[in-house]
Design a protein around this ligand. Structure first.
Ligand code: PHE
Length: 349
């Protein structure tokens, strides 16, 4: 072996010894990468030594080649071990930084109702103040309550208005997650005789992909009024009174013709945009109005389904989305924010 080869040998040994000290001491992943380039990159001693191999005779080449390979293996092992440690450290310090102490109790910061629950409570207060009672129904429903009794017989084309989650119970397609709070109308009418003046808040489910304006689970508040001589004017007047009580005196409401199988006539209920006072802005898509839900006069077939005499009783119903109303009231521009349940977002309200 020539003199220069033996120095090369020593330099490689020194390199490994140096790496054994320096690699475990590296403080972060960036520095580790820089050191890796020094130790094994194109300009490293190991690559230089590899080039030298070409001018050695077979025996020497074998010896030095083995030396280089062993050195490379040792260094790569050191680098990999340190990388694992640094990744684990970075992860645990990130977790520590994002940790939320749910037991933390500061004065005035001891937990609160979810924004949607607050909205639901306020809606109930306003309607109870107007003389409504509050009723509830199950979230897992049968096809009869969710569709059929609401004048949506099997294979009615308007069933497509509600993308439904079915539950794997009983005959296929008979049990489902309610797609709206309207089935509670049927349950209330089955359980009581008119006059009825009820609201029915609750959670509903639809096969929608979550985006800024849709979530597969959301909340509605249903209203039902049944008595002798109830007219569309009663519906319009009730919604107008509600609008002022809930949103404030300056907010106006309007009804637009629409279609629902369980009401006739049917309407869409809009309020003047709370952000621009009806002038037109980004939140209302420039129209000056915000859509809150559907309503209409109860269809005679719905009364027939619960055994009410449609000649004697008339009534109106409405169903509003609580989440959208809440988002609009608080300027939340993405509904998903309400349900990812990041405490830092929720504790603002
Ligand atoms: N159930 C309807 C929906 O979810 C809303 C509605 C309720 C319409 C009551 C009219 C009467 O789309």
């Amino acid at each position: 072996m020539s003199v220069s080869d033996s120095t090369l040998n020593q330099r490689i040994e020194a390199l490994v010894a140096d790496a054994t000290r320096s690699v475990p001491a590296v403080g972060d992943l960036e520095a580790l990468h820089a050191l890796e380039v020094d130790l094994t990159g194109r300009r490293s001693l190991l690559v230089e030594a590899k080039r030298e191999l070409g001018r050695l005779d077979a025996d020497e080449r074998r010896q030095l080649g083995q030396k280089v390979n062993e050195a490379r293996d040792a260094i790569e092992e050191l680098l990999a071990a340190r990388r694992l440690e640094l990744v684990a450290e970075a992860r645990s310090s990130q977790l520590e930084a994002e940790r939320l102490d749910l037991t933390e109790r500061e004065p005035g910061r001891t937990g609160r109702l979810h924004l949607v629950t607050q909205a639901r409570d306020r809606l109930e207060d306003v309607f109870v103040g107007m003389g409504f009672t509050v009723a509830e129904g199950p979230e897992v429903e049968t096809d009869f309550y969710n569709f059929e009794a609401l004048n949506l017989p099997p294979s009615h084309p308007a069933r497509g208005m509600w993308d439904t989650f079915y539950v794997d119970v009983g005959e296929p397609g008979t049990v489902l997650l309610r797609t709206h709070t309207s089935p509670v109308q049927i349950r209330v009418m089955e359980a009581t005789e008119p006059p009825i003046c009820s609201i029915m808040p609750g959670r509903v489910y639809r096969r929608d992909t979550a985006d800024a304006t849709h979530t597969p689970v959301f909340h509605q508040i249903e209203g039902l009024v049944v008595d002798e001589g109830i007219s569309f004017a009663d519906l319009a007047g009730t919604l107008d009174a509600f609008t002022r009580a809930y949103f404030g005196r300056e907010v106006r409401s309007r009804l637009r013709p629409s279609y629902f199988p369980f009401t006739e006539p049917s309407a869409e209920y809009d309020i003047s945009c709370v952000f621009c006072a009806g002038v037109g802005c980004r939140s209302c898509g420039g129209t000056g109005w915000l859509e809150l839900g559907g309503c209409g006069m109860v269809h005679p077939n719905v009364f027939a389904a619960v055994g009410y005499d449609p000649e004697r009783w008339t009534g109106f119903a409405f169903g509003f989305g609580i989440d959208r109303m809440t988002a609009q009231r608080h300027g939340v521009d993405d509904l998903r924010e309400l349900f990812t349940n990041d405490v830092r977002f929720l504790e603002q309200f």
